[in-house]
Design a protein. Sequence first.
Length: 402
Amino acid sequence: MPRFSFQSLLPSGQLHRGVLEAVDQAEVVARLRRGGEVPVRVEPERRWRDLLHLELGGRGLSRAELGAFARELALMLGAGQDLDHALRFLVETAPSERARGIFGRLRDQVRGGGTLHGAMEREGSFPPLTVAMVRAGESGGALSETLGRLATLLERQESLVAALQTAMVYPILLVVAAVGAIVLLLTQVLPQFVPLFAQAGASLPVETQFVIGLGAFVTSYGLLLLLSLIGAGVLARRMLADPRFRTRFDGWMLRLPVVGGLSREVAAARFCRVLGTMLQNGVPLVGALAITADAVGNLVAAGVVRGAITAVKGGQRLAPFVEAAHVFPPRTSHLLRLGEETASLGVLALRAAEIHEQKSRLGLQRLVSLANPAIIIVMGGAVAFIISSLLLAMLSLNDLAQ
């Protein structure tokens, strides 16, 4: 019998993770609801073959594809098309065979009398956030407007991620070019001078001896060093997949002088954007927080959001709990408190998201503006040290000849 991994919200407000054997996902959802739990995510258990499939571009949709799906579906429904024709349009214009298959299965299930959010939940290619918002839109009879808000949310998230990735391109290229230049000097240029130094029999400066030894090491063990770096990267990725290590790592990132502030702004932007969008679409606060916890990204911040679920269910307000955690910037709790006092928490959360997104972009630009000169200075100093070591050796040879 198939096994399904699930995440659900217990009556106490805690997040429950586990695995159940069932005929299909609908049975898992029914069993969880009978037990008094609120299903958040139900999907087939991922074995190593499934993980490899996903890494190679598997069955899930990317954030950009999800945004295009929501935007195009909202436009079609807003233009007066029924859901069946809108899904047929998506099938015909799908950018890939994988997306075409997913949209086709959604259409088949909807034509069979099912709901769109139910079909999306059974498909397993849509995150809980997307499914929850579509469920709210169908329940409230405003699916087109809800899909429009969902598309805006996904597009804002994609824009923030793209800004982070774009900003890192130049520093990475700068590091690669500088390291390449240093390796070229050590392995190709420096060996041309070593025989000359050996024939002269002169005592070389300490700096030159160090550079020659370093060049010999890189020439002999360069490939092994490269493989070790790749292995370290793979190991670090696996360690970050462990929630306990990832939580400690995320907490350490939040405490860094410059990067920590940027990490707080990014986490706050995601938290406020998702929470505000969910509340604007009629999702109850407890359910919105449960979905938001999985979308924050930083596990320390996600823990704060999950703790807020228990606090809210116990009658406490959201803003004081968030402020006491000291994870998000003070601006977050101030705007959330104002939203709770004026009964406009969703609107103020979205306003806070805009401010945090702008702060994130400015902080990223500031970080890059500091990193680029630092990289140039460090790498330029390394190249200058190598060249100066060769010049010192050449000058010592001239002194010996005279």
